[in-house]
Design a binder for this molecule. Structure first.
Ligand code: ARG
Length: 552
């Protein structure tokens, strides 16, 4: 099976296809078909392989015996890890995700980072890995001068239009408007930034209040999303302030950064602007201030040196690709990022509105994430309520939440992350198709079959198998390999695709093979297939952060 012989691939022409002979024959300068024929002749008669034939230029197509497949089913049934090993044991991954900005709304971009990051965390941990989460919130910058100054000058509570914006976002908008039109205010705001940087106690306290208020809000959104991010995981940009001068000094000492036009810069041979001029990474600005890049360098250094990361992941919008290239390159040159530690920008595309353009409200504002979640749960309430007229009150609310949040997350995770996708609340709640609801239903249906069967489930390895049963056993067997692929490419959509195919294979099986009415040993075998399918769907959906109610 796949875990015993990794050079085997599932194939449309056979249970497995082996392509290793082809490469080996090339190295040995042998005729590949002849070499393949010898391999086939030499296969041991151990009851595992039913037929092996040479195909194409030198592949070996392999069909396994029913007995071997049923033996594998028995093993999986007795293993609550469903055949999944712990290849990540001893590996520490530091993953940077979610990263909303203080005093600003969370929007669909944060949804992507949060949901993809959460799924990767779950899979890595399930494979035995150690994961350090870093919610690199934007909690520092000149905008705080303007916010604090506005608050000082307008101590009366700001009028909150909760329909569109929270208190801080309203404050932000008002402060920005005055900053842009009133140059005396802008000067006072700039002096406020200096006071903040100098640690003036009242200013720092005001900043801390703003950060705390936003963080409470973010935590609330994470709870609503069912995402495991806590205060302990939140290490914002400001946390690295103290390390910035040393980062700059070290880069300068090692000649990685040079002063250009008064700013401390890192240059790259292959990064140039449209004018042909090199585009530098600015470590320290001409006025002596540090920015986003310096903070990321300090964070990276800390993650490798102090947190002992073996792998660094950054789940961030694809538009920041160049930033991360420059940061990783700089860190390698500075010696902070050893060749053995991969640093990956897990980039994702843009969420688009129905018009195919970046998702905005009609007024051109970004769409609030909380509004999208509320809408999805409301729609889900309609879908679930129509199916279950008896379901009311808190039970209906709970189910609507499970289905609505599951739909939003699945729609995001199911597309290849590097692609843009259109946010379509109607389609993501469709009962048919590649949706979260479809999979939640598939899971609930298996559970209801199992609930109607009583007694122990036993496998009889001597019973014959239908093609649909064979297909299901082989699909179930691929779960562990799928999780390894998710980690290898940082691609949760591979797990979505796997679960969707599994649900379809199960449907075909269920149409062709009666379960509860099946005769003798076949009933036990089919119940075993149901149980393993249910457990695999549930585990897989949980690894995506999607709830699996027993009824829908
Ligand atoms: N807060 C940033 C933004 O909204 C994203 C931060 C990404 N993480 C990082 N380590 N730079 O654009």
């Amino acid at each position: 099976m796949a875990d015993l012989a990794p050079q085997l691939r599932r194939s449309a022409h056979a249970d497995f296809q082996a392509d290793g002979v082809l490469a080996a024959a090339r190295t040995l300068r042998r005729n590949p078909r002849q070499a393949a024929a010898e391999v086939v002749d030499d296969l041991p008669e151990d009851g595992l392989v039913a037929t092996a034939v040479v195909a194409g230029p030198g592949f070996v197509n392999i069909e396994l015996t029913d007995r071997a497949l049923l033996a594998q089913l028995t093993r999986r049934l007795g293993d609550d890890r469903l055949g999944v090993g712990t290849p990540e044991a001893g590996v520490t991954t530091v993953i940077d995700y979610s990263q909303p900005n203080i005093a600003k709304e969370m929007h669909v971009g944060h949804l992507r980072s949060t949901v993809i990051g959460d799924a990767l965390v779950r899979v890595l941990e399930h494979l035995g890995g150690t994961v350090v989460r870093r919610n690199h919130i934007g909690d520092w910058g000149t905008q705080f001068g303007m916010l604090i100054q506005y608050q000082v000058e307008h101590p009366e509570p700001v009028a909150v239009d909760t329909g569109t914006m929270g208190r801080l976002a309203t404050l932000y908008r008002l402060a920005r408007a005055q900053f842009d039109t009133d140059s005396a205010f802008a000067d006072r705001a700039r002096r406020r930034v200096v006071a903040l940087q100098a640690g003036e106690p009242n200013t720092v306290a005001a900043w801390q209040d703003i950060v705390a208020e936003s963080t409470r809000y973010f935590t609330d959104v994470y709870d609503r999303l069912g995402v495991r991010l806590t205060d302990a995981d939140t290490v914002g940009e400001s946390a690295y302030n103290a390390a910035l001068p040393a980062v700059a000094d070290e880069l300068e000492r090692r000649k990685v950064a040079v002063t250009s036009d008064g700013a401390l810069c890192v240059f790259f041979d292959d990064l140039r602007g449209p004018d042909g001029e090199p585009t530098p990474l600015i470590v320290r600005k001409r006025d002596g201030g540090f920015g986003y890049a310096a903070t990321d360098l300090a964070a990276l250094r800390q993650r490798v040196v102090e947190l002992h990361a073996d792998r660094l992941l950054y789940v961030v919008d694809a538009r920041q690709a160049r930033h991360f290239r420059m940061v990783f390159d700089t860190a390698r040159r500075a010696g902070w990022l050893p060749p053995t530690v991969p640093a990956v920008h897990v980039a994702f595309g843009t969420v688009l509105g129905p018009d195919g353009r970046p998702f905005k409200t009609r007024a051109g504002d970004t769409v609030r994430l909380v509004d999208l979640l509320t809408e999805a749960v409301d729609r889900a309430r309609g879908v679930v309520g129509a199916k279950n007229p008896g379901l009311t009150g808190a039970a209906l609310d709970e189910r609507a939440w499970q289905v609505g949040i599951g739909a939003v997350k699945y729609a995001d995770l199911a597309t290849n992350r590097s692609r843009d996708y259109v946010y379509d609340p109607e389609r993501m709640l469709a009962l048919a198709g590649n949706t979260g609801v479809y999979l939640q239903y598939a899971h609930a249906r298996v559970r209801s079959i199992l609930a109607r069967a009583d007694g122990d489930i036993t496998v009889d390895v001597t019973a014959p198998l239908e093609p649909a049963e064979r297909a299901l056993i082989l699909d179930l067997d691929a779960f562990a390999d799928t999780l390894v692929e998710v980690v290898a490419g940082h691609e949760p959509h591979r797990l979505c695709g796997y679960l969707y195919r599994l649900a379809q294979t199960f449907t075909t099986f269920y149409e062709h093979c009666p379960v509860l009415r099946a005769p003798g040993p076949r009933r036990g075998n089919r119940l075993a297939l149901c149980r393993l399918t249910g457990d695999t769907l549930r585990t897989g959906l949980h690894l995506l952060g999607i709830p699996t109610p027993d009824h829908l």
